[in-house]
Ligand binder design. Sequence first.
Ligand code: FES
Ligand code: FES
Length: 145
Amino acid sequence: MLELRVNGGAFELDAPVGTSLADALRDRLGLTGTKIACNEGHCGACTVQLDGVPILSCITLVHSVGEREVTTIEGLRDHPLVEAFVRADALQCGFCTPGQIVSAAALVETDPEPDRDVIRHAMAGNLCRCGTYPRVEEAITTWRA
Ligand code: FES
Ligand code: FES
C-alpha cells in the first residue's frame, strides 16, 4: 500500500510498480482533471505540481513521489487564475487547460508579475493544439485583475 499526499489530503492506494502518477491520480483517486494526451512527456497536458514545482505526471512513477505534496487542478479550483483564464477566453477544446493552469499557478507563486518572456519560458512545456497561447499569456498577465 502506498500513501500519497494530494491537495492537502493523505490517500492510501494500491498501485503496481511502474504505475505513473497520472494514472494513479486518475484511475485510483478519481482526479480526472489531470489529462493524459501524449503519455510520453511531450505535451504538458498531465502537468501537476510536486511541492510547488510543475512536473509531467505521465512520466513520473507514483512510487517515486514519496512525501512530496501533489497539487492537481482540483486543488487549484479557487485559484484566481481559473477566473483569469475564463475572462481571457484562454481555451478552445480545453484539454490542455488544466496543465496550463497548474504551470501558471507555479509561475505566479514565484513571480506574481511575470513579463511575456518569462511567461513564454515557463509555459514552454504546455502545448496547445488549438493555439490559445496569446490568450493564455493574457490570462497570466491579468490574473490579479
Ligand atoms: S500527457 Fe504527459 S506530457 Fe503529454
Ligand atoms: S485549448 Fe485545445 S489543446 Fe489547448
